[in-house]
Design a protein around this ligand. Structure first.
Ligand code: NAI
Length: 472
């Protein structure tokens, strides 16, 4: 069924709860298709990604990159006397970037005639949403996009002074001298990398046997080696049991493992995020929420109540802004009654912005082998890449795996894994190859510019054909 577009109606075609990446993408995409859309947001549109997550974190990682470039400039014959960081200036620059993007997004929404309603919203059933100011709004369709909040662990109450989550770290005006990062996932590794590069003494405490679980082992190993070389203390396979705040000095002592401890100024808890579903639904809603608080959806992002969809961190899929975008588009297309391909979560792009950066799409070698798939694997270290040598950034590699056909040749490309300089900007062609189910023969027809970092991908794929230039 194609919806009647009713821009002047009191009943919106689409009513969205939450103005983060999932919610604002649904609003922008829906409005560009001619739907009347309203978004209820309790803070600022842009959500966690823009205000307390991806964007500010990456901005600080860029501060760290600028500092690395300056401190390493002597290699290029450039003398810089005594480089220092005034983190309050870094903080102000981050805020300026965030504010500019926020204004841009707000203007874009206004331009598309999306009504942004300030307040906390609750879905009360039958397409109705109650706003904290008492208003009740109605939508022919409702999209729940309330996002997620940081989790903590017992014994680590977030006080914003000694114990912090990403929310508080991104608002710091000065850098702590020492930090314990609990959890070596994406957030933990990004903060550890940034803090260490800016001069803090960093310790990572990770419960599982490796940091960046889920990332290809060869890739995670490169990050681990770089972290250790830069003085980051990485403890894996350790349980964190609690902490004892210092009585006479700033900071605390964190207890972990077998009676081990580390004394730090600040603890950053980065042990995952939980869906923000508490208080989102009232008794009238027929929307099912699972035991962990995620809203249950099908492949078209439909909840268990007809006409109600959920997208982004509120549902149990990868908690990435761009997955929120993709899910929002699926929901809107479904609302419009158009044909839509659900998100294929096994092939989505992942980018982690620690130094060195990590980017990948598709199966890891381990996952492929565990699934019983016979694969051919080729790797190209950035050490042999001209551009990486020029940059002086040779840590890292590109790894591509393809299925092995019965005649021994390489079939579909199943996974592309990168670690090294600017790989988050290089994943594009790897992502396309995986999702297009392209073969190395097909991809290696295309010319890679030289010298570039991105030719490492072309070289690796060419090697999978059985013949290569620089990669054997
Ligand atoms: P995560 O799930 O990626 O990592 C959390 C880590 O904490 C895991 O390695 C886990 O084993 C560990 N952990 C859990 N409990 C622990 C304990 N008691 N002691 C020690 N370690 C413990 O979660 P993270 O890093 O907080 O990120 C939250 C979400 O945001 C994730 O879904 C992540 O993918 C996403 N995100 C992605 C980014 C990116 O891709 N660039 C950046 C930031 C967040």
């Amino acid at each position: 069924m194609i919806l009647e577009v009713s821009p002047t109606s009191d009943i919106y075609d689409v009513l969205v709860i939450g103005g983060g990446p999932g919610g604002y993408a649904a609003a922008l995409y829906g409005a560009s298709a001619g739907l009347s859309v309203a978004v209820v947001e309790k803070e600022k549109v842009g959500g966690t990604c823009l205000h307390r997550g991806c964007v500010p974190a990456k901005e600080f990682l860029e501060t760290a990159a600028a500092f690395r470039a300056v401190t390493g400039a002597s290699e290029f014959g450039i003398t810089v006397a005594d480089p220092r960081i005034d983190f309050s200036v870094s903080q102000a620059r981050k805020q300026k970037v965030v504010d500019q993007l926020w204004k841009g997004l707000s203007g874009l929404m206004k331009g598309r005639k999306i009504e942004v309603i300030e307040g906390a919203a609750k879905y009360i059933g039958s397409g109705r949403v109650e706003v904290s100011d008492g208003r009740v709004l109605e939508g022919q369709n409702v999209i729940l996009a309330a996002g997620s909040v940081p989790r903590s662990i017992p014994g680590f109450d977030i006080d914003g002074k000694i114990v912090m989550t990403s929310d508080e770290v991104l608002s710091l005006d000065s850098l702590p001298a020492s930090v314990a990062v609990i959890g070596g996932g994406a957030i933990g590794c990004e903060f550890a990398s940034m803090m260490a590069d800016l001069g803090a003494k960093v310790t990572i405490l990770e419960a599982l046997p490796q940091i960046l679980t889920g990332v290809d082992k060869d890739v995670a190993e490169v990050v681990l080696k770089s972290f250790r070389r830069r003085g980051i203390n990485v403890h894996t396979g350790v349980a964190v049991s609690g902490h004892t705040p210092h009585a006479d000095s700033i900071g605390t002592t964190v207890h972990f493992g077998d009676q081990q401890s580390v004394s730090v100024e600040v603890v950053i808890v980065s042990v995952g995020r939980r869906p923000n579903s508490e208080g989102l639904l009232s008794a009238g809603a027929e929307v099912e929420v699972d035991q962990r608080g995620f809203v249950t959806v099908d492949q078209y992002m439909r909840t268990t109540e007809q006409g109600v969809y959920a997208v982004g961190d509120l549902v149990a899929t990868a908690q990435l802004a761009h997955i929120g975008f993709a899910e929002a588009i699926v929901a809107i297309k479904h609302i419009l009654g158009e044909q839509v391909a659900p998100v294929d979560y096994s092939k989505v792009p992942w980018c982690i912005y620690c130094h060195p950066e990590v980017a990948f799409a598709g199966l890891t070698e381990e996952a492929a082998r565990t699934a019983g798939i016979d694969v051919i694997v080729k790797k190209d270290p950035f050490g042999g890449n001209s551009r990486a040598r020029i940059l002086g950034e040779t840590d890292g590699l590109v790894k591509v795996l393809a299925e092995r056909l019965p005649d021994g040749s390489a079939g579909r490309i199943l996974g592309v894994h990168m670690v090294g300089p600017w790989v988050t900007e290089q994943l594009g062609q790897g992502y396309l190859a995986v999702n297009w189910e392209a073969t190395p023969e097909e991809v290696s027809q295309f010319i890679q510019p030289h010298p570039t970092l991105s030719e490492a991908f072309g070289e690796t794929v060419m090697a999978l054909t059985g013949r290569g230039l620089h990669v054997g």
